[in-house]
Write a protein that binds this ligand. Sequence first.
Ligand code: 48F
Length: 254
Amino acid sequence: MWDLEISKIIVNGFFEKFNDALDVDVAIVGGGPSALTASYFLTKNGFKVVIFEEKNDPGGGTWGGGMLFNELVVEEELEWMLKEFGMNYKRLNGFISIDSVHFASSLLYNTTKVGTKIFNNVIVEDILMEENRLCGVVINWAPVIKQRLHVDPITVKAKYVVDGTGHPASVVQMIIDRNLEVELPLDKIREFPMNAKEGENFVLKNTKEVFPGLFVMGMAAVSVGGGPRMGPIFGGMLKSGEKVANAIVEKLSV
Ligand code: 48F
């Protein structure tokens, strides 16, 4: 019977992937552009990477371009990475213009093609710690949390965790909420008004390990460091993801 066969294929396929994702080299929280870039380079280097994304559609803030005009901008110096991802684009006055749907789907295609596992509709609701170091994440189905169902989560072990949750920097916030000491220059997580050029420099500078076992990247790195937002220019997100990947590759290779 086809219907039963289809169900079995789905259930078995899912649990084979999921079982393998319970103990990984790197767990990335959030599936935005920095996460998709970081995971691509990490997986390509032979590490086991999982992304947990609370929404149905990973890609974060990429799909809508600027103000729903579905086009976005990247700095010209990142042309090499767009070529690596096989993207189509136009060069214009020192910038690159890309269709945002093409950009999002290319990032998703490339990272899943090299072997990154993405679990959508899964929320990271807490952190897993051992001897004052992050060693994993606590996950649940996003609808469980949204519907306030009283259901316990499960845990995933990771050598490194990366906060790619964007503006709220949710994983760093979980550490702060538990009164653990985290490298934070301001009184709380917050970003400053828009300034594309400064924001793009800031995101790269502040992409780093902020707590043992935890890196921040993308907009999370900006809000944790208190830098300016940059709007619909995405080169900083790509560079931030690549920087995290290089830093973790170096650490895991010793
Ligand atoms: O914000 P987001 O796109 O991450 P990013 O890589 O990129 C930022 C840009 O999109 C944009 C910008 C560029 O100039 O300013 O904002 O920093 O995506 C973050 C993703 O994390 C998910 C959220 O649904 C989004 O898709 N997310 C947030 N918290 C959690 C989470 C969580 N606790 N568990 C799972 N996913």
